[in-house]
Write a protein that binds this ligand. Structure first.
Ligand code: AMP
Length: 192
């Protein structure tokens, strides 16, 4: 199994690069952001609860997202591996993911960490907000809060995976194709 974590701050290009990885490596894509947005659009109880946090740029509580991930991993049959996009975002989530995957007998293969400077992130997110209409990409103060939440709660995961020798830093600036090539170089080494 090949279990990849696509990591990086909001606007680093995780969703875009996940599309490329899914096509090339036949992995099951699990994006907690996409799953939460579809719950929100369906108006489910979980979606309504999640909206309160998402519209402010705060993290949805760990118990909620960990529950979603557990259900997804356990229900997946005959997959070559997973690509986690936007998860884990806290140390508690990373510990839970290690547990779930250990029970599955297939640990995390590597964390691919897209590196992009703050000014570029804000520019990309505002642009995506204009093009996609995504509410949390349209308000600069929400964007800035998401980046500071990332710095406080999510960036410590770089150290968490570095301690397991699973952290791979990838320059996330350049054309989509160039960044995909950089990812491929690392993923090919892990996919052996
Ligand atoms: P994303 O699409 O990954 O940028 O996520 C959009 C929003 O969904 C985030 O700003 C959070 O409010 C929420 N979210 C997504 N993934 C997680 C997660 N792993 N933990 C907590 N909140 C999350």
């Amino acid at each position: 199994m090949l279990n990849l974590i696509l990591f990086g701050p909001p606007g680093a290009g995780k969703g875009t690069q996940a599309e490329y990885l899914i096509k090339n490596y036949q992995l099951l894509h699990i994006s907690t952001g996409d799953l939460l947005r579809s719950e929100m659009n369906a108006g489910s109880e979980l979606g309504l609860e999640a909206r309160k946090y998402m519209e402010k740029g705060e993290l949805v509580p760990d118990a909620v997202v960990i529950g979603i991930i557990k259900a997804k991993v356990r229900s997946a049959k005959n997959v070559r591996g997973f690509i986690f996009d936007g998860f884990p975002r806290t140390v508690e989530q990373a510990v839970a993911l290690d547990e779930v995957l250990e029970n599955n007998g297939t640990p995390v293969s590597g964390m691919l960490s897209l590196e992009v400077a703050r000014e570029e992130l804000i520019k990309r997110l505002l642009n995506r907000g204009r093009e996609s209409g995504r509410a949390d990409d349209q308000d600069q103060s929400v964007i800035e809060n998401r980046i500071s939440v990332y710095n406080q709660k999510t960036a410590p995961l770089i150290e968490y995976y570095r301690n397991q020798n699973k952290h791979y830093g990838i320059n996330g600036v350049g054309s989509i194709g160039d960044i995909a090539c950089r990812l491929k170089e690392t993923v090919d080494k892990l996919d052996r």
